[in-house]
Ligand binder design. Structure first.
Ligand code: ARG
Length: 462
């Protein structure tokens, strides 16, 4: 396995077999092969464009590289540990296919700028896919929101009943989080889409390469200004994992709510069989595995962010082999976010149903209309703080009497304060409580409808 040395004759013996395995990244960086081929094709074309190799040679290289692509796609390219990494594997196979001209491909570049190019090509494609998935997730949230403008749900602070909400308003909060995620990834795309190709090992190259030419072939919008920075920058990957972590934070919070809502204590949603699992021993159970897994997988993505930050923090310029450790963090971060977005989108679109009857009961069985009583008095000229204290007393006496505010008689109200009139009952009905919060961005039905319309035009316009 270690007979053949990959590098120069400076080395007299080959790697210890265990060290060869330890050193190799082919086991995971094969994920980059399509991007490696695309990057190498652009590099070969640039070499011909600048006259460093002939057009005929570049054509041979490109044909060989495309053949490797076909071999890989048909399952016939499976390099082993002896190849060390995807870059060596491709170069070796290329030379087998096209002969000695294959050895010209690496002119004017290094694996350091090559791997940097590959990850950026990979990540920008993944960013686009994740942004697309976010749009699908938002679309499903919006559909639920449209169906549930008039459905009420208790709103909580400190997980204590606070004020009732339009269910659509609650769901649209997640829509907004996803909107920031979508926009954040758009920003990160800009900084990912910069070409390090041609930075060489660290210092540039002696060949008269044209970095802008290869960058344009690869649709990069910019090139790195400084070769040392170009080969050792992983800011874009850290930014990506940070954005990925925030997506997971948002999905995890929604997951936590769905888990609570599906409990018998809340009973706000029922999970459909297609997205819930049973227990091996308790036949009555239906478990919310999907949101639980999403909540659990959040930790992995945070871990990858942390790993990459720590990998970077002590690295002197420029490339260090530590950077090989970036890949599994990035790949698993990407795969986890994609899997979670897909699962949550399916869960929302066909895996759960809200229980309107239970929700209607829930919003009318508590004191979450107490603020509205205080607001009622304040609107009649009672200073708010005084009204607040009065209502506190009412809540206390009602609790003692086992009553809700709606059960108090007009006489009882008027004993509390003469300003109460018959219209207090309308003011504290849950639907009115929600409707009245008509301030911009509030839960009032009118506001929620407007928010939905704005969200719809945002989805249409991008
Ligand atoms: N497999 C390496 C990586 O993933 C490729 C770059 C190797 N560069 C080097 N100077 N050894 O980072």
């Amino acid at each position: 396995m270690t007979e053949k040395k990959t590098w120069s004759d400076r080395f007299e013996t080959s790697l210890h077999p265990a060290i060869a395995i330890f050193n190799a990244s082919i086991g995971f960086d094969i994920e980059l092969i399509e991007y490696d081929l695309t990057g190498s094709i652009a590099h070969a074309q640039m070499l011909a464009h600048t006259g460093i190799i002939t057009t005929a040679e570049a054509e041979q290289l490109v044909t060989g590289l495309e053949q490797i692509r076909q071999e890989y796609r048909s399952g016939n390219f499976n390099p082993g540990v002896d190849a060390e990494d995807v870059h060596f594997a491709v170069e070796r196979r290329l030379t087998e296919i096209v002969g000695d001209v294959g050895k010209k491909l690496h002119t004017g570049r290094s694996r350091n700028d090559q791997v940097g190019t590959d990850i950026r090509l990979y990540l920008r494609e993944q960013i686009n896919q994740i942004r697309h998935q976010l749009r699908e997730f938002q679309t499903v949230l919006l559909e639920h929101a449209e169906n549930h403008v008039e459905t009420l749900i208790p709103g909580y602070t400190h997980l204590q009943r606070a004020q009732p909400l339009s269910l659509a308003h609650h769901l649209m909060a997640y829509w907004q989080m996803a909107q920031r995620d979508w926009s954040r990834l758009g920003d990160i795309y800009q900084r990912t889409n910069v070409s390090p190709l041609g930075c060489g090992a660290l210092a540039g190259t002696t060949f008269p390469i044209d970095r802008k030419y290869s960058a344009a072939l690869l649709d990069f919008t910019d090139i790195y200004e400084n070769s040392l920075d170009g080969v050792s920058d992983r800011d874009f990957a850290i930014e990506f994992l940070c954005a990925a972590s925030l997506i997971m934070v948002h999905l995890s919070r929604l997951s936590e709510e769905i888990i609570l809502w599906a409990s018998q204590e809340f009973n706000f949603v029922t999970l459909k069989d297609s997205c819930a699992t049973g227990s091996s021993i308790m036949p009555q159970k239906k478990n919310p595995d999907v949101p639980e897994l999403v909540r659990g997988k959040t930790g992995r993505v945070f871990g990858h962010l942390q790993a990459l930050l720590v990998i970077m923090k002590g690295l002197p310029l420029a490339y260090n082999k530590d950077l090989q450790e970036d890949k599994e963090a990035i790949f698993d971060g990407v795969n986890t976010v994609k899997a979670c977005l897909e699962a949550m989108t399916i869960l929302l679109s066909e895996g759960l149903e809200f229980c309107p009857v239970r929700l209607a009961t829930a919003v009318s069985e508590d004191f979450s209309n107490a603020t509205d009583v205080a607001d009622y008095l304040a609107a009649k000229g009672v200073p708010f703080r005084e009204a607040y204290n009065l209502v506190g007393k009412v809540v206390k006496t009602s609790l003692d009497a086992g009553k809700l505010l709606k059960d108090l008689t007009l006489e009882e109200w008027q004993q509390i304060h003469p300003a109460f009139e018959e219209d207090i009952y309308v003011a504290i009905a849950p639907r009115q409580v929600v409707a009245a919060r008509n301030s911009y961005g509030g839960t009032g039905f009118e506001q929620v409808r407007q928010a939905i319309n704005r969200a719809k035009s945002e989805l249409k316009s991008t």
